[in-house]
Design a protein around this ligand. Structure first.
Ligand SMILES: Cc1cc2nc3c(=O)[nH]c(=O)nc-3n(C[C@H](O)[C@H](O)[C@H](O)COP(=O)(O)O)c2cc1C
Length: 307
């Protein structure tokens, strides 16, 4: 049986619903020897900022029983390096590239959006208002509806590209932030970013990470992320990109059934660089086994089936 896996996210046509989550495959090239990038729905690159950033002091990543805690701190070469060097090189992979952006002020987000508008090789912007590992900017914007709206509106005003707002789970009610982003002109929502977390080194009797706090990701966060997608699906009529602890196609299906039209694979890439391709193949296999002709039929299906 021929199955259809293509999805449409705010006019962005993806051959399948599987993306890489920002920050987990760098700018993609690093993974090209191990992962056929052209097989992805889209590549979401590491968050970039106006100026290069060195990131947080080490150690920046630690394992937990069911995931990792990272405090990379948005290390990146800055927008000019992205435009001049990285994007032209990415063109050869034949994959839609979604650029993640972050700033310390709403004005910086606006400038980034303006700088990237019209640059060839960008399919959409993902607005990272949810990074828990930087002091200025990042999560500060994603935990307060008025600031969320301000950032999204300023990005929207400065680009013709689809605008995807990436939400934080570190809030009381993620629906209020989702509604603020939608009201300000977001075309789609990504959820979730990492959960604020920490580990203490009992030998040194000190916080383990250089930044003290980091963001928890991986299987530990999946039930939280599925819940967030379920809630936002009911509250907001925008396409959702779900992520958080997706290791297999079955995990991805949970998100799709909860209401995600696309999914992103993050921490799993650190364990297996072929994880995103395996998830995409597994989804196709599930459709064939279940006799489902189009993956879009499954989006939000858990809200509709009884039991
Ligand atoms: C090492 C690492 C770096 C990350 N860097 C970013 C980033 O630069 N921008 C961003 O929006 N999210 C970043 N994230 C969050 C992921 O994109 C994703 O939202 C989160 O990890 C949940 O998905 P997962 O459990 O599949 O990893 C990072 C996650 C990890 C593990």
């Amino acid at each position: 049986m021929k199955t259809k896996t293509a999805v449409d996210i705010a006019g962005l046509k993806l051959k399948n619903p599987v993306l890489t989550a920002s920050g987990t495959v760098g700018f993609g090239e690093e993974y090209a020897p191990y992962l056929d990038l052209s097989g992805l729905g889209a590549l979401v690159v590491k968050t970039i900022t106006l100026k290069p950033r060195a990131g947080n002091p080490p150690p920046r990543i630690t394992e937990t029983p069911a995931g990792v805690i990272n405090a990379v701190g948005l290390q990146n070469p800055g927008v000019e390096a992205l435009v001049a060097d990285i994007l032209p090189r990415l063109a050869r992979f034949g994959v839609p590239v979604i650029v993640s952006i972050a700033g310390e002020t709403a004005g910086e987000y606006a400038r980034l959006a303006g700088r990237l508008d019209g640059v060839p090789g960008i399919a959409a912007l993902e607005v990272n208002i949810s990074c828990p590992n930087v002091k200025a900017g990042g999560i500060a914007f994603g935990t307060e509806p008025a600031m969320t709206a301000e950032v999204v509106r300023r990005v929207r005003e400065n680009t013709a590209l689809p605008v995807i707002a990436k939400l934080s789970p570190n809030v009381t009610d993620i629906r209020t932030i989702a509604l603020a982003a939608a009201g300000a002109g977001a075309d789609a929502l990504s959820l979730i970013n990492t959960l604020s977390a920490m580990v203490i080194d009992v030998e040194r009797r000190r916080p383990l990470l250089g930044n003290v706090f980091g963001g928890l990701s991986g299987p530990a966060v999946r039930p939280v992320a599925v819940r967030a997608v379920w809630q936002v699906y009911r509250a907001v009529a925008l396409p959702l990109i779900g992520m958080g602890g997706i290791m297999t196609a079955r995990d991805a299906l949970e998100f799709i059934l909860a209401g995600a039209r696309a999914v992103a694979v993050g921490t799993a890439n650190l364990v297996n660089p072929g994880a995103a391709a395996a998830v995409a193949a597994g989804l196709e296999q599930y459709l064939a086994e279940q006799g489902i002709g189009d993956i879009n039929e499954l989006v939000g299906a858990a809200h509709r089936t009884g039991g």
